[in-house]
Design a protein around this ligand. Structure first.
Ligand code: SF4
Length: 955
C-alpha cells in the first residue's frame, strides 16, 4: 500500500522552461525546472521530435556545466608569456576595442591575415556569413577534423548523408547494419531507434573494432580491423553482384547506373559521360538500339555492354564499370578475409542476409504518389535494409571512398528513401551540382570587401579549386587545393602548423571559438603548444602573432590566447538550430529549434554570437550595419535570428514567418517569432504529407515543395551517383588532361586517390610506417556520458569516468605479458606516452583504444592539479602526427584523407612496452600546471548542489 509519508512525485520547481540541450550535438528538447530562479532539474521533453522525452546522463548533468567552477567570468588580456595563464581582467569595451583594432587592420590590408575557425558550435550559418562579409577565405568549423568524409561521401553519392541529413526507418527496417559508431553522434535518436529494433526482434549487426555501447547490444558484432571497412563493403558488393541480387529497376530510375561513359583510354574524354547538345547525360536504349536521354522514362536503357556511338567512340554504362571493378577476385570474401579480419563465411552470410531481407521481404505501402515524370503510382516499395555509419569510417584516410561504398551498397539494394531503408531528412536531398562552389582565390579577396560567395563549397572539377596558377593553396588550411581537393569542411587540424610555417602565407590574427586546439582537438598536442609559444627570431613576435579565443570555460586552450572573450553556457543564451545549417528534421517533418536564456548569466560574459554581431557592426561589415553605420541588430543575436534575411523571405528560422506568423518557410520577418517558438516548447515541426515522404529525389510533390522552401534550386530529379564524373575529372587532370592540372609533385597522389568508383587503399600512415615496429592500431571513442572536453570537467559526469586507461584484448595482453592495471608505454612514429592498461573482451586483437578527452592538463578546467584526469588520464593525441612521414622528397602531407582532408585520427599505429617497475604511477607527458586566471575561485572539495533546495523545503 502506498505510504502517505512518501512523496512519489514531489513538486520540484516553480517554473519550467523548454529549450534545447547542448551537452552534445544531438539537440534534444529539454524542460529546465527552476526553483527560486535556480536550476533544480533537467528533464527530457516528451513532445520534442529529436528525443521524445529521452534524456541521457550528459543532458541531465547540464546543471553542472552551468555551475562549473571552470566558467570564465570576465574578458581577459594576456599579461605574461603565452601559455603561462597570466591574465588581467578587462572590461568588455576594452576587449572589443582590442579585437576591433586587430581585425580591422587585417581587413584593411589583406583579409587573408585573419583565420577564423570555430569548433563544435551550432551557429555555422552565422559564423560563415560573418567570415564571408569580413572577406577572409580562412574560415571553417570543426567538420574537417570530425566527420567530413561522411558528409562529402554522402553528398557526392546520394545527395545527402547519415545522421543530420538521413536516418534509418526505425519503424519498418528489418535489418540494420551499423559501421564505426561509438556511443555519440545522434545519441538519443539511435538509442530510441535501437530500442524499437530490439522490441521488434530486428537483426542489428555492428561492424566496429570495439564492442562497447551500441555494439554491446548488437545481435552480431563484427570486430573488423580498423581502416578495412571499405574492403569489407566492397566484398559484400562482390557477393551481391555475383548472386545478381541487385535492384536494377531502382538503379535505372534513380541513379546514374545506366549513364553512358566514354571508353577512350588515355584521352581527355575517357570516363566522362556522353551528353547531348543540352548537356543531358545519355543512355543506350537497348530496344531502339540508339542513344536516349538518361531521363527518358520510355527508354529501355542497358546496364551492361559496350556500344559504338554515332561519332565512332565507344561507351559503356557506368554500371558496367562497377560490375567489372567489384566482381574482380580481389574483392572475393576469401581474398579480403585476412586483411579485414572478418571470416569469408561471415562476409558471404551477411551478403546473403542483406539480399534475403531486401528482395524476399519487401514492404509495399499503399501510398499514392507522383514521380517527377508525372506518372502516378499507387504504391511505394521498400527494401527494408538500413545502415548507419559515422566517425569510425570517417576518421581514416580512406574514409571518403569507404563512405561512398556504403552508400553504393545501399543503392544496389534499392534502399535509399524507401520504407524500411535510410530516409532523407529535409532539407535533403540536395543535388550536388546545385550546391555552391568555394570562394577565396587571391583575386576574390580584396581589402575591406566581402567575399562574393561562400568559403565552403563542392568542387566538381579541378578548375573549381582554390589554387593559383602554380597550383599553390589559397587557404591557410589548404582546403580545396591539390592536397585536399574536396575539403568541403576545411582542415582545421592543419591551421596551426600551416600558420606557424607561414605556408601558404603567414597570418596575423587567429580567431577561434569553442575549439580546444591546445589539447584534445589537435593532433600532436605537445608540438601545437610549442607552435603557439614559438617566436620569430628576427621580430621577436609570436609566429602566430595574435590569438583571440572565445569559450565559456577555462580549457587548455585559454592560457595560449592573447585576448579571451568569455562565452555563456547554452542555458543562458539564444541559439538557432536552423534549416540553413544543421536542423533537427526527421524523415516525416522539417524541424528547427531555438535555445533561449532560461537563466540570467551571473558573470560578466556575453554569448559569442552577440559578440560576433557587435564586432561586425564595429567593423562596418555589410549586412550588420544600416546605411547610417548604426548596428543593424541592436537587439543582438535574438534580433538577428528574427530579422536577418539570407534571401528575401528566407531567414534563420522557418516557423511562424510573415507579419502575423501565418507562413512557414518563406515569409517576412515576424517580430513575435521567438515568442512563438518559446510558446511551442522551443521548436517548430512542419509535417511532410505521406505522399511526399519517399523517393524524394524523384517525387514531384516533394521537389516542388522543397523548391518553394528554398531547399533546392530547381524542381529537377536528383540523380544519385554510383559513378562520379567529378572524381574522374580530377583523375584525368592527374593524367595530363585539361587546363588545370596538378603540379608534378601531386600527380601520382591525385591519380591514385581519385577514382569514379570507390577504391580501398591501405590507410596512409599504415602504408608509410614499419608495421612490424608498430603492429597495433590505436583508436579513441567518446563514452556515452561525455562529449569532447566539456564532459570530463562536469562534476557529476566525472564521477562516472575520472580517468582513462588503454584497453587491450586479453589475448594481446597475455602475448605481451601485460596485466590489468599495469603501466605501459605506448609508442608511435611521433612520440611516446605512459598510460595504465586495462584488459577486456570485445576488442579486435590487433587494436588498442581509450576514451577520448578524459585526460586533462594539470590545472586546466579549474580541476585540482593532482586530479585523476591530470595524473592518470591521458590523450592519444600526443602520438598522432598532423603530418605524414616524409617519403624521401622532403615534403610531408597532412595526416588526412587525400580526397577531403578529413583528419585521419584512426590511422594511428603503435607498439606497447611494459613500464619498468620503478617508474612513477602517473601518465606521461605531464605539463606544468596552468595558473588559475584572475576571477576564478578555487572550487570547494565537496559539491553540495541541491542542498539549498532541500533546505528550502525544510528537509
Ligand atoms: S543526447 Fe544527451 S547530451 Fe546530447 S543533446 Fe540529447 S540529452 Fe543532450
Amino acid at each position: 500500500m502506498k505510504d502517505p509519508e512518501i512523496e512519489t512525485s514531489p513538486k520540484v520547481s516553480d517554473e519550467v522552461k523548454c529549450t534545447t540541450c547542448y551537452m552534445c550535438a544531438c539537440r534534444c528538447g529539454i524542460k529546465v525546472h527552476l526553483q527560486g530562479g535556480e536550476i533544480r532539474y533537467i528533464e527530457g521533453n516528451r513532445n520534442h521530435p529529436v528525443n521524445k522525452g529521452v534524456l541521457c546522463a550528459k543532458g541531465s548533468a547540464g546543471i553542472m556545466n552551468y555551475k562549473s567552477p571552470a566558467r570564465l567570468s570576465k574578458p581577459l588580456k594576456r599579461v605574461g608569456p603565452r601559455g603561462s595563464g597570466a591574465f588581467e581582467e578587462i572590461e568588455w569595451e576594452e576587449a572589443l576595442d582590442i579585437a576591433t583594432a586587430w581585425l580591422s587592420r587585417c581587413r584593411a590590408t589583406d583579409p587573408r591575415k585573419l583565420a577564423f575557425f570555430t569548433g563544435r558550435d551550432q551557429s555555422q550559418s552565422l559564423t560563415s556569413w560573418w567570415a564571408q562579409q569580413f572577406g577572409t577565405p580562412n574560415f571553417s568549423a570543426h567538420g574537417g577534423f570530425c566527420s567530413v568524409n561522411m558528409a562529402a561521401g554522402g553528398l557526392y553519392t546520394i545527395a545527402s548523408a547519415f545522421w543530420e541529413f538521413g536516418e534509418a526507418d526505425w519503424e519498418r527496417t528489418k535489418y540494420f547494419l551499423m559501421f564505426g559508431v561509438a556511443e555519440d553522434h545522434d545519441s538519443n535518436p539511435i538509442k530510441i531507434g535501437l530500442g524499437k529494433l530490439k522490441s521488434r526482434g530486428v537483426k542489428f549487426v555492428s561492424v566496429n573494432p570495439i564492442r562497447t555501447g551500441y555494439s554491446a547490444i548488437a545481435d552480431e558484432w563484427i570486430g573488423i580491423r580498423p581502416g578495412t571497412d571499405g574492403l569489407f563493403v566492397m566484398s559484400l558488393i562482390h557477393e551481391l553482384l555475383k548472386a545478381e541480387k541487385i535492384d536494377a529497376q531502382y538503379l535505372v530510375r534513380y541513379t546514374n547506373a545506366h549513364w553512358l561513359v566514354v571508353v577512350n583510354q588515355g584521352r581527355a574524354d575517357h570516363g566522362l559521360y556522353i551528353r547531348d547538345q543540352d548537356g543531358v547525360a545519355m543512355c543506350w536504349d537497348g530496344e531502339q538500339n540508339a542513344l536516349a536521354r538518361s531521363s527518358d522514362v520510355n527508354a529501355k536503357p542497358i546496364l551492361m555492354g559496350e556500344v559504338t556511338l554515332p561519332d565512332g567512340r565507344k561507351a559503356v554504362p557506368s554500371f558496367q564499370h562497377l560490375v567489372e571493378r567489384y566482381l574482380d577476385g580481389k574483392y572475393a570474401p576469401d581474398a579480403v578475409s585476412e586483411t579485414t579480419g572478418v571470416p569469408a563465411a561471415t562476409i558471404k552470410r551477411i551478403a546473403a542476409e542483406l539480399a534475403e531481407v531486401a528482395f524476399e521481404e519487401p514492404i509495399e505501402l499503399d501510398i499514392t504518389w507522383t514521380d517527377i515524370f508525372g506518372r502516378r503510382h499507387d504504391k511505394v516499395i521498400g527494401r527494408p535494409v538500413s545502415m548507419h555509419a559515422m566517425r569510425g569510417i570517417s576518421a581514416h584516410s580512406n574514409g571518403f571512398h569507404t563512405c561512398r561504398a556504403i552508400h553504393i551498397l545501399q543503392l544496389l539494394l534499392g534502399t535509399i528513401d524507401v520504407p524500411g531503408g535510410m530516409r532523407y531528412k529535409p532539407p535533403y536531398p540536395k543535388a550536388l551540382n546545385s550546391l555552391p562552389k568555394p570562394f577565396g582565390r587571391e583575386r576574390e579577396v580584396k581589402a575591406n570587401t566581402p567575399l562574393a560567395g561562400p568559403h565552403l563549397g563542392f568542387p566538381m572539377a579541378p578548375d573549381e579549386l582554390l589554387i593559383d596558377e602554380d597550383g599553390k593553396a589559397q587557404r591557410i588550411d589548404k582546403a580545396f587545393s591539390w592536397e585536399a581537393p574536396l575539403g568541403v569542411h576545411g582542415l582545421m587540424h592543419m591551421v596551426f602548423t600551416n600558420a606557424w610555417n607561414g605556408d601558404p602565407y603567414p597570418i596575423d590574427t587567429l580567431f577561434m571559438y569553442m575549439a580546444n586546439m591546445a589539447w584534445n582537438s589537435s593532433m600532436n598536442t605537445s608540438k601545437v603548444m610549442q607552435m603557439l609559444t614559438d617566436k620569430d627570431e628576427e621580430s621577436g613576435e609570436y609566429k602566430i602573432p595574435r590569438l583571440i579565443y572565445c569559450d565559456a570555460f577555462y580549457s587548455e586552450m585559454v592560457p595560449f590566447a592573447d585576448l579571451v572573450l568569455p562565452d555563456t553556457t547554452y542555458l543562458e543564451r539564444y541559439d538557432c538550430i536552423s534549416l540553413l545549417d544543421r536542423p533537427i528534421s526527421h524523415a516525416e517533418a522539417a524541424a528547427d529549434a531555438i535555445r533561449h536564456p532560461v537563466i540570467k548569466p551571473d558573470r560578466d560574459v556575453r554569448a559569442f554570437q552577440e559578440v560576433l554581431l557587435e564586432l561586425g557592426a564595429r567593423l562596418g561589415l555589410a549586412g550588420m550595419i544600416n546605411d547610417d553605420g548604426s548596428p543593424k541588430f541592436p537587439g543582438g543575436y535574438a534580433d538577428y535570428i528574427v530579422n536577418h534575411q539570407r534571401r528575401p523571405g528566407l531567414g534563420p528560422l522557418a516557423g511562424w514567418r510573415g507579419k502575423n506568423g501565418e507562413r512557414y518557410g518563406v515569409g517576412d520577418p515576424n517580430p513575435d517569432q521567438l515568442q512563438r517558438y518559446i510558446d511551442n516548447e522551443g521548436f517548430c515541426e512542419h509535417a511532410i504529407p505521406l505522399e511526399h515522404q519517399f523517393y524524394r529525389f524523384a517525387n514531384k510533390g516533394y521537389l516542388e515543395w522543397a523548391f518553394k522552401m528554398g531547399f533546392v534550386t530547381n524542381r529537377d530529379q536528383i540523380v544519385m551517383k554510383i559513378y562520379s564524373e567529378a572524381l574522374q575529372k580530377f583523375k584525368l587532370s592527374a593524367d595530363g588532361h585539361g587546363d588545370v592540372q596538378p603540379p608534378q609533385a601531386h600527380r601520382a597522389r591525385i591519380a591514385r586517390h581519385f577514382d569514379p568508383l570507390p577504391i580501398w587503399t591501405m590507410p596512409l600512415e599504415e602504408s608509410m610506417v614499419d608495421t612490424a615496429r608498430y603492429p597495433l592500431h590505436a583508436l579513441t571513442q567518446r563514452p556515452m556520458h561525455m562529449y569532447h572536453s566539456w564532459g570530463s570537467q562536469n562534476a557529476w559526469l566525472r564521477q562516472i569516468t575520472g580517468s582513462n586507461k588503454l584497453y587491450i584484448s586479453y589475448c594481446k595482453g597475455e602475448e605481451l605479458g601485460i596485466e590489468n592495471g599495469d603501466w605501459i608505454w605506448v609508442i608511435s612514429h611521433n612520440g611516446r606516452i605512459k598510460v595504465q592498461a586495462a584488459l577486456m573482451d570485445g576488442v579486435n586483437k590487433d587494436t588498442v583504444w581509450t576514451w577520448n578527452a578524459i585526460g586533462k592538463r594539470s590545472g586546466a578546467w579549474n580541476l585540482a592539479p593532482d586530479s585523476g584526469e591530470a595524473k592518470k588520464g591521458f590523450l592519444l593525441n600526443h602520438l598522432i602526427s598532423e603530418l605524414l612521414p616524409d617519403q624521401g622528397d622532403g615534403y610531408r602531407y597532412a595526416n588526412s584523407d587525400p580526397v577531403t582532408g578529413q583528419a585521419a585520427w584512426f590511422d594511428l599505429r603503435v607498439r606497447i612496452e611494459k613500464a619498468a617497475p620503478d617508474e612513477a604511477r602517473e601518465s606521461v607527458p605531464q605539463f606544468e600546471a596552468t595558473a588559475r586566471p584572475p576571477g576564478m575561485d578555487r572550487p570547494s572539495r565537496i559539491l553540495r548542489y541541491g542542498k539549498q533546495f532541500r533546505e528550502a523545503r525544510g528537509k
